[in-house]
Design a protein around this ligand. Structure first.
Ligand code: NAD
Ligand code: ZN
Ligand code: ZN
Length: 393
């Protein structure tokens, strides 16, 4: 058995790069990919911080690309030597949900924990790479090699001429920002307010412009991330710590509110002492405050789109305001399989640049330091890409 290096989650705040066995082909439609680039996502932090539980050791990482090293006998869509990006949700491409483009709800990739009713610990959606036993127990791609199941449905071959950094984010965050904008029904002339200016928020800003938005407003507590948004995406910015945040959004929208509000923050939004205490009393994971802010910031009959992750019920949720204002809402894991080809075309034709959000490129062996830096927002970190090959020089 061969041994490779991989970023292994052990327990909260504890990830180390360990020697683990190489993955092998298990099903006829599996491939093995030699990873050339892999990124750390805000979703990985939910595991790292313990908001999404994982009891046993697991290789993390759902944003990765690389070279096809080996193919199972049933693989028809890619071949050895192809360079591929891989969507972060694992989907069969055939079932009721996949046929309609709702691949994150695939019925065939999370045999132990899939359930139609959806609950905290037993009935989840389809599988995801490196995203706990609840979502299929698959090892992820923050490693030298990764097993990719359902390889006839997910991986996309990338032509020469586009380097890894230009296309890596097709695996998750650009199609996630794109999904957020599609769910928000953004159209020509809209004002879109986007909470969170981390990697996902930055991608949603790009997608909002590409859908014809007239004004894009980024909101975040971190000035350096707002600065990044102004520089790379030419958006307006507001600081979420500002007491007059919602007033300012109304001032910027002729007193009616934004047409569309997007939550690209999720349950780990900044909280004060009282908000933390409330969460403990109510057994809530983090807070739903950003969705609540969305309900305030959006205009009547507007749309809210939530790609930030939530993992528990929340009391005192302002359902009254959603009803009174007549709001439309859509939530969920992004429809990467559905939108990846459209998103790729945007990159190929030069209509969008994705690699301008990368602040750090590190060898895979520094994954532990990279998690700490991304979580603690050290060194003006926005997005870290890990490259196994940097360890070989
Ligand atoms: P991130 O943690 O880097 O970004 C979150 C940003 O929100 C940070 O910049 C933080 O400063 C900011 N923030 C905190 N409190 C805020 C507040 N009250 N108002 C406005 N901004 C606030 O992570 P990311 O990689 O950008 O991911 C963002 C979210 O998207 C996470 O919850 C992640 O799990 C989720 N995500 C979902 C999908 C999906 O398919 N739905 C895919 C990828 C990521
Ligand atoms: Zn992700
Ligand atoms: Zn399916």
């Amino acid at each position: 058995m061969q041994i490779m290096k991989a970023a292994v989650f052990h327990k909260i705040n504890n990830i180390s790069v360990d020697n683990v066995p190489d993955p092998g082909i298990e099903e006829a439609d599996d491939i093995i990919v030699r990873v050339t680039s892999t990124a750390i996502c805000g979703s990985d932090l939910h595991i790292y911080d313990g908001f999404v539980p994982q009891a046993r050791d697991m290789v993390l990482g759902h944003e990765f690309m690389g070279i096809v090293e080996e193919t199972g006998p049933g693989v028809t869509q890619v071949k050895k030597g192809d360079r591929v990006v891989v969507p972060f949700t694992i989907a069969c491409g055939q079932c009721f949900f996949c046929q309609q483009g709702f691949h994150p709800n695939c019925e065939h990739t999370n045999p132990k924990h899939y359930g139609p009713r959806g609950d905290l610990l037993k009935q989840k959606g389809g599988g995801m790479f490196g995203y706990t036993d609840l979502y299929g127990g698959y090892n992820g791609g923050q490693s030298e090699y990764v097993r990719v199941p359902k390889a006839n449905a997910g991986p996309r071959v990338i032509p020469d001429g586009l380097d890894d950094d230009q296309v890596l984010f097709l695996t998750d965050i650009f199609p996630t920002g794109w999904s957020a904008v599609k769910w928000g029904k953004v159209k020509q002339g809209d004002t879109v307010v986007i909470f969170g200016s981390g990697p996902v928020g930055l991608m949603a800003q790009k997608a909002a412009w590409l859908h014809g938005a007239e004004r894009v407003i980024a909101v975040d507590p971190l000035e350096y991330r707002l600065e990044k948004a102004r520089t790379v995406n030419k958006v307006d910015t507001l600081n979420s710590e500002d007491d007059d945040l919602i007033d300012k959004i109304y001032e910027m929208t002729n007193g009616i509110g934004a047409d569309v509000a997007i939550d690209a923050v999720g349950m780990e939004a900044n909280r004060n002492f009282f908000e933390k205490a409330k969460a403990v009393l109510n057994a809530e994971k983090g807070t739903s405050k950003v969705i609540e802010l969305c309900t305030e910031a959006v205009r009547r009959s507007g749309t809210i789109s939530v790609v930030g992750v939530y993992a528990s019920p929340y009391d005192n949720f302002p359902i009254h305001r959603i009803f009174d204002k007549g709001l439309i809402m859509q939530f969920g894991q992004a429809q990467v399989h559905m939108y990846i080809d459209q998103c790729f075309e945007m990159v190929r034709t030069g209509r969008v640049t994705l690699d301008d959000i990368i602040t750090h490129k590190l060898p895979l062996s520094q994954a532990s330091e990279a998690y700490d830096m991304f979580k603690e927002k050290k060194d003006l970190c926005v997005k870290v890409v890990l490259k196994p090959e940097l360890d070989r020089y």
